[in-house]
Ligand binder design. Structure first.
Ligand code: C2E
Ligand code: MG
Ligand code: MG
Length: 756
C-alpha cells in the first residue's frame, strides 16, 4: 500500500526529470563523442595517407620492374635478331661468292644453316622467282610483289630488312622475314635472301609468368612500323595485334600507365629501342597484377579503419550514455528524484551569472521543523515517506517553471527568477506555508508539519552561489527561531544583520572555546538562609572572567552556551568546583548545609549528568541529600524518556531535584502536584510585589501553604527588603535567598567556619 503510494508520488515527480534535463549544464558529456570523432578522423587520415604512400610505392616498383624487364628483353631480342641476321649474312656471302654452285638444300642437310629459329631459308631471284628454298617440295612461287623484294630491288643500301609477319607462300605459316639484298659482282640486283622466322620465338622464349604475371605483355615492333610479335599472359604469342602505330605514342615511355588498345588492359609499360637493329621492345605489367598486393593492403586498411571507427563510435556512445546516466545520478536526489545540491549549485551559478545582481533571482530555503523527531520516533522509513510527500506537495506548489531541489535531509530549495523576485519569493513562501496547513497522512495517522523558510535575493555582485545559499540558510534559522515558540510555520528574508549575528555567534563560539580551555570560569555562592539570617545552604553561580570584558554574569553567556552545547563542559566545571569547595566547608563547619547547583536542560539531554554527579559525590564524599540540583520547568515537563530516566536516576541516588524560577514560565500548580520533584524555588518576580501587591502576596501565601502540604522544600528568591522579611515571618520558618541577606560572593567571603 505504502509502496504503491510512493510509486504514485514518484511518477508525479517524473516530469522533473525532463525539467532537470533543461537545467543541466551544456558542457556535460559532449566531449566524449567529440574525442571519438577526432580519433576516427585521425585514423582515417592516417589510413588514407598510408594507402596513398603504398600506392605510390607500388606504382614506382611496378614501373621500375618494367624498365628492368625491358632492358633484359631488349638484350634477348638483340641476340635473337643477331642470330637470324647471321644466317642471312652467311647465305648472302656464300651465294654472292658463287651463285652457280650455291646449294641451299645441301647446306641445309648438313645442318649448316638451320638456326634454331629459322623456319625456312629462301633465295629469291632478281625477277622474284624462288630459286632455292629449304622447305622440301616448296612451291615455285613468285615473290616480286613482296615488300622486302621491292625495297631491296630499289635500294642497294637497305641492309637487313625485317618484314611484317606474313603468311608464308612457301611455308604456309606465319613468318617473320629477315631479308638482305643479293648482289651480282657488279653490284646489280641479284635477288633477295629470305630467312623466315617464327614470330612466336621472339616473345615466347622470354615470357615468364612469375615476373610478368598472367596479364603481362611483351611486344616487339619494327622501326618500319610493324608489330612483329606480341604475347600476353597465358596466350600464345601472335603477330596479330594492333598496328604498331598504336604503340607509337609509347616511344621513350618508362613505366608509363597505358591502356592497351587490343585487350584494354591497363599496364605499366616501358619502351626500349635496340640500338643495333631497327626494332624496339615493349614490356607491360598489368596494373591490376602489379597493384594486387597494394589493393589487398588497401582493403585491409579500409576495413581496419572502418572496424576501429565502429568500435570507437560504439564505445563512445556507450560511455556517453553511461556518463549521462551517472551524471543524472550525481545530480538527482535518489529518494525524491528531484535535483540535488550539486545540480542546484551548478544551476544557481549559471543563473546568477546570467542575471547578475539584478534582484531578479531569489531562493527559498525550506526546512521541516522537528523532522529529526519524526525520524527518531516513527523510523526512517516513515521519514522517507514524509519526505516524498513533502517533495510532491512542494512540486505542486512550485509549478513547472521553477527549480525545486532537495539539498539535504529535510531541506528543500526553490529558485525564483522573476522581475520582482523578492516579492514573488515572499508570495511563494506564503503559498508553501499554506500548503503545509494540510496534515500529512502516514500509516493511518495525520501529522501537521511546520516549515521554516529563509529567503535570499541575489542583489550583491560579490555573492556566489554558496553565499546565496548561506544567506537563505541564515534567514531560515531566523524564521525557525521566530516560529519555534508558537510551533508555527514562518518565513524570513535575509538581511545583513543576520550575517552579523552569525559572525558574532562564531566569535562567541571561539571565545567560549578558549574560555573553557583557559579555565576562565569561576564560582560565586549566594547564601540560602532562614528569616533570621542563619545559613542553611549556598547556591553556586557561575561567572566568566573574560580577559577583556571583565567579569560576565550568566545572563550574558549561558543562553549561548546552551545553544552551542558548551554548557555541558561549563556545567561539569561548576559541579566539580562546587563539590570541591563544599567538601572543604564540611570539614570545618558542622552545620548541615546544602549545596545548590543549576543544571541546564541541555545537560540533561546531551551530557551525562548522572555519571558526573555520582562521581563527584563519591570523590568528595558528599551525602547525596545535601546536593540540590536546580532545574527549570522545561526540564521537569520534558516528556522524553531520556530526561525522565536521568532525573529518576538522580533522585534514586538521593540527590534532591528543585524546580527553579517557579512562576516565570508556564508555572501551573498542578505541576507541583504531579511532578517528581523535591522542592520549589519561587522566582523573585513574585517576591518583588510583596507586600505591596495583593495578588503577589496572595499567591505567595498559597504557594507556601501548598508546598508545605505537599511536603516539598521551599526557597523564596529575591528577598531584598526588611518589609519582605517582616511579611514572610508570619509563615514561621521560611528559607529565603536574596540581596537583603547577601549577594553572590566568592567562596572565601561566605560566613563559614574555617580551619584556623
Ligand atoms: P537563578 O538560578 O535563579 O539564580 C539566582 C539569580 O538571582 C542570580 O543571578 C542571583 O544573583 C540573582 N539574585 C539573587 N537574589 C537576588 C535579589 O534579591 N534581587 C535580584 N535582583 N537578584 C537576585 P545570576 O547569578 O546572574 O544568575 C542568573 C541565572 O543564571 C541563574 O538564575 C541561573 O538560572 C543561571 N545560572 C547561574 N549559574 C549557573 C550555572 O552554573 N549553571 C546553569 N545552568 N545556570 C546558571
Ligand atoms: Mg538557581
Ligand atoms: Mg532562580
Amino acid at each position: 500500500m505504502a509502496d504503491a503510494k510512493s510509486g504514485q508520488i514518484r511518477s508525479g515527480l517524473k516530469d522533473w526529470e525532463q525539467r532537470v534535463g533543461r537545467l543541466r549544464p551544456a558542457q556535460s558529456v559532449v566531449w566524449i563523442p567529440a574525442v571519438a570523432i577526432a580519433l576516427i578522423v585521425s585514423i582515417w587520415v592516417a589510413a588514407i595517407v598510408r594507402i596513398q604512400t603504398e600506392g605510390r610505392e607500388a606504382r614506382v616498383t611496378a614501373a621500375a620492374s618494367t624498365v628492368e624487364l625491358a632492358s633484359s628483353f631488349s638484350a634477348h631480342i638483340a641476340k635473337t635478331v643477331h642470330d637470324a641476321d647471321m644466317v642471312v649474312r652467311w647465305v648472302k656471302f656464300e651465294y654472292e661468292r658463287s651463285p652457280a654452285t650455291f646449294d641451299l638444300a645441301a647446306y641445309d642437310q648438313r645442318g649448316m644453316i638451320s638456326a634454331d629459329t629459322a623456319l625456312q631459308v629462301t633465295i629469291v631471284g632478281p625477277n622474284g622467282d624462288v630459286l632455292q628454298t629449304t622447305t622440301p617440295g616448296g612451291k615455285q612461287v613468285n615473290l616480286s610483289d613482296r615488300r622486302h623484294f621491292l625495297i631491296h630491288q630499289a635500294n642497294p643500301e637497305a641492309g637487313l630488312y625485317i618484314s611484317q609477319p606474313v603468311l608464308g607462300r612457301v611455308s604456309n605459316q606465319w613468318t617473320l622475314q629477315f631479308t638482305r639484298r643479293l648482289n651480282n659482282p657488279d653490284g646489280s640486283f641479284a635477288g633477295v635472301v629470305v630467312v623466315s622466322e617464327n614470330p612466336d620465338f621472339l616473345t615466347d622464349g622470354f615470357y615468364n609468368l612469375d615476373t610478368l604475371g598472367p596479364r603481362g605483355m611483351l611486344a616487339v615492333i619494327s622501326d618500319n612500323g610493324y608489330l612483329l610479335s606480341r604475347r600476353t599472359g597465358l596466350g600464345k604469342a601472335s603477330p596479330v595485334g594492333p598496328p604498331a602505330a598504336a604503340y607509337r605514342e609509347l616511344v621513350g615511355a618508362k613505366g608509363r600507365v597505358f591502356s592497351d588498345p587490343v585487350d584494354h588492359v591497363r599496364r605499366f609499360v616501358t619502351y626500349r629501342h635496340i640500338s643495333q637493329y631497327p626494332v624496339a621492345v615493349i614490356v607491360g605489367l598489368s596494373e591490376r597484377d602489379a597493384l594486387a598486393g597494394y589493393q589487398h593492403a588497401k582493403v585491409l586498411y579500409l576495413v581496419m579503419a572502418a572496424v576501429i571507427s565502429v568500435l570507437l563510435l560504439t564505445a563512445a556512445g556507450f560511455i556517453t550514455v553511461m556518463m549521462g546516466k551517472l551524471q543524472g545520478l550525481a545530480e538527482t536526489d535518489s529518494l525524491t528524484g528531484l535535483p540535488n545540491r550539486h545540480l542546484l549549485t551548478q544551476t544557481l551559478r549559471r543563473r546568477m551569472d546570467a542575471t547578475g545582481p539584478s534582484s531578479r533571482l531569489a531562493m527559498l530555503y525550506i526546512d521541516l521543523d522537528n523532522f529529526k523527531k519524526i525520524n527518531d520516533t516513527l523510523g526512517h522509513k516513515t521519514g522517507d515517506e514524509l519526505l516524498l510527500k513533502v517533495a510532491h506537495r512542494l512540486a505542486d506548489v512550485v509549478g513547472k517553471e521553477r527549480l525545486l531541489a532537495r539539498i539535504g535531509g529535510d531541506e528543500f530549495v526553490i529558485l525564483v527568477e522573476d522581475d520582482n523576485a523578492a516579492r514573488k519569493a515572499g508570495d511563494l513562501a506564503d503559498v508553501v506555508i499554506k500548503a503545509f496547513e494540510r496534515p500529512f497522512v502516514m500509516r493511518g495517522n495525520s501529522y501537521l508539519i511546520c516549515v521554516s523558510i529563509g529567503i535570499a535575493v541575489h542583489r550583491n555582485a560579490v555573492d556566489n552561489e554558496f553565499g546565496l545559499l548561506t544567506q537563505a540558510d541564515l534567514a531560515m534559522y531566523a524564521a525557525k527561531e521566530t516560529g519555534k515558540p508558537a510551533n508555527v510555520s514562518q518565513h524570513c528574508t535575509y538581511t545583513p544583520a543576520l550575517s552579523e549575528r552569525a559572525l558574532h555567534d562564531i566569535e562567541r563560539h571561539q571565545e567560549l572555546q578558549y574560555a573553557i580551555i583557559n579555565r576562565e570560569f569561576s564560582l560565586e555562592y549566594q547564601p540560602i538562609v532562614s528569616l533570621d539570617g542563619e545559613l542553611r545552604g549556598v547556591e553556586a553561580l557561575v561567572r566568566w572572567r573574560h580577559p577583556t570584558k571583565g567579569v560576565l554574569q550568566p545572563a550574558e553567556f549561558i543562553p549561548f552556551a546552551e545553544s552551542s552545547g558548551f554548557i555541558v563542559q561549563i556545567g561539569e566545571f561548576v559541579l566539580e568546583q562546587a563539590c570541591q569547595d563544599f567538601r572543604e566547608w564540611q570539614d570545618t563547619d558542622p552545620r548541615p548545609l546544602t549545596l545548590s547547583i543549576n543544571v541546564s536542560p541541555v545537560q540533561l539531554t546531551t551530557g551525562n549528568v548522572v555519571r558526573a554527579v555520582t562521581r563527584c559525590l563519591n570523590d568528595y564524599m558528599i551525602e547525596p541529600d545535601r546536593l540540590q540540583l536546580e532545574v527549570t520547568e522545561t526540564v521537569v515537563l520534558d516528556e522524553s524518556a531520556l530526561v525522565r530516566t536521568r532525573l529518576e536516576a538522580l533522585r534514586r541516588a538521593g540527590v534532591k531535584i528543585l524546580l527553579d524560577d517557579f512562576g516565570t514560565g508556564y508555572s501551573s500548580l498542578s505541576n507541583l502536584v504531579n511532578l517528581s520533584i523535591d522542592g520549589v524555588k519561587i522566582d523573585r518576580h513574585f517576591t518583588r510585589g510583596v507586600p505591596a501587591k495583593k495578588a503577589s502576596s496572595a499567591m505567595l501565601t498559597h504557594l507556601i501553604g501548598l508546598t508545605r502540604d505537599l511536603g516539598l522544600s521551599l526557597v523564596i528568591e529575591g528577598v531584598e527588603t526588611q518589609q519582605q522579611v517582616a511579611w514572610l515571618s508570619r509563615f514561621g520558618d521560611v528559607t529565603v535567598q536574596g540581596f537583603y541577606f547577601s549577594k553572590p560572593v566568592p567562596a572565601t567571603a561566605l560566613p563559614i567556619a574555617r580551619a584556623a
